[in-house]
Write a new protein. Sequence first.
Length: 405
Amino acid sequence: MPSYIWKGVDKSGRKQSGEIEADNAAIARQLVNRKGFTIKSFRPKPKDLGDYLPFLQPGVKEKDVVILVRQFATMIDAGLPLVQCLDILQEQQPNPTFRRILRQVKKDVEEGSTLSEALQKHPKVFDNLFVNLVAAGEMGGILDVILNRLAAYIEKAARLKKKVKGAMTYPGIVITIAFVVVAVILIFVIPTFAKLFTEAGAPLPTMTLTVMSLSDFMVKYWYMLFGGIMLLGMGFKQLRQTAVGREATDRLFLRMPVLGMLIRKVAVARFTRTLSTMLSSGVPILDGLEIVASTAGNVVVEKAIRAARAAIAEGRPVAEPLEETGVFPGMVTQMIAVGEATGALDVMLSKIADFYDEEVDTAVEALTSLLEPMLIVFLGVTVGGLLVAMYLPIFQIADVATKGH
């Protein structure tokens, strides 16, 4: 839908300006006039480069959604009509991608869609959890309460994700730097030493010969090595896109020492936090489990939740089938059983989520403290080994020269 920029005056003669979307210029002028403004200048909004190249458009971040939801909740609580809230939110939204989405949501609501139906058309920004909670808020007349819960949930989920990314970033950077350093030494430094040793004609240690052969291979076939690494990465990505490959790799991740425990704790924290938010918002438990399963992030955990859901649908208590999956620790299922028995399952799930958020902190610290010495040793052995291999012949040549005198 085209946008138009206008300038004018209001009924009291004050200058005003704005931007409006409409099917054509005539309708846009009518809409501005209906708001009580007299138009002085009117023109189509020039297109940005991003309109021609969509990949240049900024993405919608979780922080943008949290701010929007907080503002939305405040406006709804203050009694502003829904369409007016959406109009204000889209006008003050600095992110052009998000602003365009909000304009479409507002248009759909004006045409008779419910808010949840309008949001459902933009799954990349508003997922199933978001849409279902908004639908529950609309049905219960507590949309402002639900929006505040959503904002709190998104903030905590983002914080959890940030912790895990932080744990993975440090070793990734160190390994990348080590790879670059080793590649530079093998391609640019070792050949100089190799030329020197060849001219000297002295016998070389096996270690030096091995490094020189590796350097020669890197100089001649470096493109094959980098190409092989890229192919492995692409192959792994393709494997993850298949159902069998995704399940196999997810199962492997869960079985890995230290890292597997971290992944499991993150999965438990996400499961309990999400289900707690949905139950406290009035979403039925079976619907909640279906949505939680689809947002689990791990196929093994997802299958476990779906299996538990099927057993619960047959009338079994919540805790028993969850325990039988073997994915959830005994403490979690026992606390869920207590929450179910006391009629406060949502509160108990929230407490479990808080506990496991702290457990994730501890697991991240343990992983970092374990990786740091391993990475230091790896760097020392790799770089140090290359240097020793190159200096051994120098010492031998110097020793031969000394004995010769």
